[in-house]
Design a protein around this ligand. Sequence first.
Ligand SMILES: Nc1ncnc2c1ncn2[C@@H]1O[C@H](COP(=O)(O)OP(=O)(O)OP(=O)(O)O)[C@@H](O)[C@H]1O
Ligand SMILES: [Mg+2]
Length: 422
Amino acid sequence: MSFDFSPNNASPVLKTDLMSAWIVENWIPQQDRDDYITVITAEICVNGVMLAKFNDEIKLADTFVFKGYEPHENPEFLPIFDHNYQGELVTQTGTYLYHFEEDGGEKFDVLVMSAYYTDDHEVAVIASVPKAYMKAWGAFTQTCQRLAYPESKVIVIGGNTNSFEPKVDWDEIILPTDLKEEILKDVEAFFERGVGIYKRLNLNPFRKLLFAGVPGTGKSMLCNALAKRIIEKDYQAIYISSADSDGSSFWKIQRALYVAADSKKPTLIILEELDAYLSNDEKALILNVLDGSESFENDAGTLLISTTNYPEAIDERVMKRPGRLDRIFIIPETRTVGDAELMLKKYVGEMWQDDHIAVAEKLVGYPGAFIREVAIYALTQLVNEEEEALTLDRLDSSFNRLRNQIEERDEFVLRRTMGYKL
Ligand SMILES: Nc1ncnc2c1ncn2[C@@H]1O[C@H](COP(=O)(O)OP(=O)(O)OP(=O)(O)O)[C@@H](O)[C@H]1O
Ligand SMILES: [Mg+2]
């Protein structure tokens, strides 16, 4: 099979075309059976760390076992290894032979080929599988997914870890009850009923919510608690992390959508600080993703929850154009004395005294993170001074100290940015 690479040939040559042509020319003719077909396969199936987790105890479709793999000679598609921070080899491109064995002793091989098709590390993976064993292959790819992403964990895209276990309970979050209920109802209704409606309308079942609020009001906490609930339902949660040298890059969003579509599980994607992703030259790409026009489609539904401190930094084309963000929830600072008291009690713990309510009254209007700091500072002071009880005075001076600190900081920033002395 040959390809026309001349500049006036307008049709693109895809990496998958090249690889499948190689298979047809070099692999299939050498096989004893004639039912080999080429299928598209998930990238996770060429992840070395995940493949090492297989053992003979893991039965695929009840009767098959994966017996390991080896590189297959192919000078045209050389292996390239990606590694993680522990130095383990994760995604491995090139050509490999995967060995399988059935309980009865029958064996078969699958040829797996993969290659980078963009310089920013998108990988295409295909496999040449005997048609008679497609059921086993399907079970294998599903197991790869399960081994790579243990079900109790949130998958992390970007950042420095692969996954984490969400630990925040819904009840730990102190926010107006009706707001919490609305959020939960929105999320659950989308997965339980919404997906079906989108599909009946022939739309990509992709819903997008935004949590907006000043720093420290509990947006990240909400995301963590929602992820925990989602995972308990055997759905999937993905967290996009900007904590690496690639920062807020579009490829991370793209990868998360791909993992969601690939899993075919109802999926929650958490994207913190949406404004940062929209502030660089990849904005147009993100707008397309939010439109749903450029997204990988997950039949089981994908819910994207993003957060921001700066809703004003989010383009009007996102905020005001229907369809790009389906719903915006404002996550407020503490609104009532009751909530401020609950919050202060939570962080003061067993040191709580009834007269502390006087400080709770002053804390209305402050974010949860501030209230936590007031409590923690007071408690550490108490330890330093070797006191037994947390007096109202100590708590109150912790509040004053933190408030002054913040006011000074605001003044400093104002002076710097406005260029005058207050
Ligand atoms: N509503 C809340 N209920 C209980 N605790 C809260 C709440 N808001 C904040 N906290 C406390 O403050 C910490 C920081 O909150 P969190 O990280 O969720 O804020 P955030 O809104 O994501 O802030 P940022 O916008 O800066 O990312 C939490 O881990 C928690 O201890
Ligand atoms: Mg946050």
